[in-house]
Ligand binder design. Structure first.
Ligand SMILES: Cc1ncc(COP(=O)(O)O)c(C=O)c1O
Length: 489
């Protein structure tokens, strides 16, 4: 007879079929341990309690426990009860694991894509979460508007207008689980709306062409030069996706003439532009480049994300939609995930509303600007033959390698020394044109305490003056802040 009983507060299902109750209990426990349903160290109930739960004699349970202790499945220690014994985890092939080469350990990570997550404002997030949850009505925990919580859409409308010049009203905003999710929905909506071809920048995030193709859109590649994407010939495209403020990954911004040209193109033919403003908050030497969306709010879909300002693991992003796309996007959400989780939405709304989000962005901007300056100085002094580009903004730079050095060789050499690097080829969506070999360097990613070491290793790899792996102190990761509000349970 199948039964479910609670073990150390965890429900465990046991199949006690058959007339031999003790054998059935032993077999059930063996199966639960070997399949991993009962983990090593889990405490089993006392024989008396389990006997009462299962409606069997206490002796039967005690004998079954004794047998399993003798077989090595369980341990019994005076005073600490009966526990599941430590053993090889299920599915681990010991022989294969022993013979496999150890994976290269990245101790210093300069791959692009992430901010310094060790600087995540844990205390501020916890304060905002506590307050948001305390104030949320019960209704907030029901299924919500597919566009997202009104509190967050209102906070973002105000923030985006103020900080990025976006023409946003809460009704037009949709919260998504990251840009990648948002863009995939957009591709489906654009395709359903009749677009056949999507123009994309020749270099970019690999998930962009992947999502477009998955939605049935054909791709047109736009070359990128010093003035950003070349938008003079958009051919048959029904929509274009651009990174106007800071081209990813080359780092140039779309020149004013091209900004108006692409907007004119969209207005002239009922076409759409997707503006991926992934790191628009981080501009260092000049005034921020405002959002393209402000030039044509009914033709430009604005997309922003918390992945650079806070952390990519949050999976929070937002779209500001032209009116005609709201209904199709809502319909897509209703038949996929309904909406993004409400608690994180409410927390982010409170973070923005309280001013803590702005403060964190300002602090981060200052810290990343300092890192960028240190990177430039170190390369200028120690590796003057490399050229650094795309540094006016964002969290990454393009490092053009000197003649004779190839991306793959430099990336592999760095990996052997525990340094994570990425070659520009990883972001080439089309056949490679003539271009220098280069790295896309994410200088924001290492925690502050590891940045000096990362820089030293980068210089050493670029100048072929590599120290052995063991040299230099290993970065000691400080524990997360343990202030009163940041304490973890
Ligand atoms: C060009 C670009 N757009 C958007 C994003 C953010 O994507 P997501 O919000 O899915 O983390 C990234 C992250 O690396 C990016 O490089």
């Amino acid at each position: 007879m199948p039964r479910t009983w609670a073990i150390s507060g965890v429900d465990l299902h046991l199949d006690l079929d058959g007339p031999r109750v003790r054998a059935g209990l032993e077999a059930g426990l063996r199966e639960a341990v070997s399949s991993g349903r009962l983990r090593a160290g889990s405490r089993l109930p006392s024989s008396r309690a389990l006997a009462v739960d299962l409606g069997i004699a206490r002796n039967t349970v005690a004998e079954a426990y004794g047998q399993l202790v003798a077989e090595g499945w369980l341990t019994a220690v005076q005073g600490s009860g009966t526990r599941v014994a430590a053993r090889v985890e299920p599915g681990t092939d010991g022989a294969a694991a022993a013979s496999a080469a150890p994976p290269l350990r990245i101790r210093y990570d300069l791959r692009p894509g992430s901010p310094d997550v060790s600087a995540f404002p844990r205390a501020g997030w916890l304060r905002a979460a506590r307050r948001a949850l305390a104030e949320a009505p019960f209704g907030a925990l029901e299924y919500s508007d597919p566009r997202g919580r009104p509190e967050l859409r209102a906070a973002l409308a105000e923030y985006l207008a103020r900080a990025r010049g976006v023409r946003a009203s809460p009704e037009r905003i949709m919260i998504c689980s990251g840009f990648t999710h948002a863009f995939s929905l957009l591709c489906q909506a654009l395709r359903a709306g009749g677009a056949g071809v999507l123009a994309i920048e020749e270099y970019g995030l690999p998930s962009v062409p992947a999502a477009a193709s998955a939605a049935g859109l054909a791709l047109q590649m736009l070359p990128v030069d010093a003035d950003g994407a070349v938008v003079t010939d958009l051919g048959e495209a029904g929509a274009a996706v651009l990174t106007p403020a800071h081209q990813f990954p080359l780092g140039v911004s779309l020149a004013p003439g091209r900004r108006s040209a692409v907007v004119q193109w969209a207005l002239a033919g009922e076409r759409m532009i997707v503006e991926d403003d992934y790191d628009g908050e981080f501009r260092y030497d000049r005034h921020p480049v405002g959002a393209l969306q402000a030039l044509a709010p009914d033709r430009v879909i604005y997309a922003g994300t918390a992945s650079k300002t806070l952390a990519p693991g949050l999976r929070l992003a937002w779209l500001v939609l032209p009116p005609g796309l709201i209904e199709p996007l809502v319909a897509l959400r209703l038949r996929s995930d309904q909406h993004t989780g409400v608690l994180d939405q409410l927390t982010l709304a409170e973070l923005i509303r309280s001013g803590a989000y702005d403060r964190h962005v300002r602090r981060s901007r200052l810290a990343y600007r300092r890192r960028r300056d240190r990177l430039i100085t170190a390369l200028r002094r120690r590796a003057p033959e490399v050229r650094v580009a795309g540094i006016a903004a964002g969290l990454h730079a393009v490092i053009e390698l000197p003649a004779g050095r190839g991306e793959e060789e430099v990336v592999a050499r760095a990996a052997e020394r525990g340094l994570g690097l990425t070659g520009l080829a990883s972001f080439g969506a089309c056949s490679r044109r003539q271009r220098p070999e280069a790295l896309v360097l994410g200088y924001a990613k290492p925690p502050e305490h590891a940045f000096t070491g990362a820089l030293a290793r980068l210089v050493a790899v670029l100048t072929e003056d590599d120290p052995p792996v063991s040299s230099g102190p290993a970065p000691q990761a400080p524990r997360p802040a343990r202030g009163r509000t940041a304490r973890r349970s």
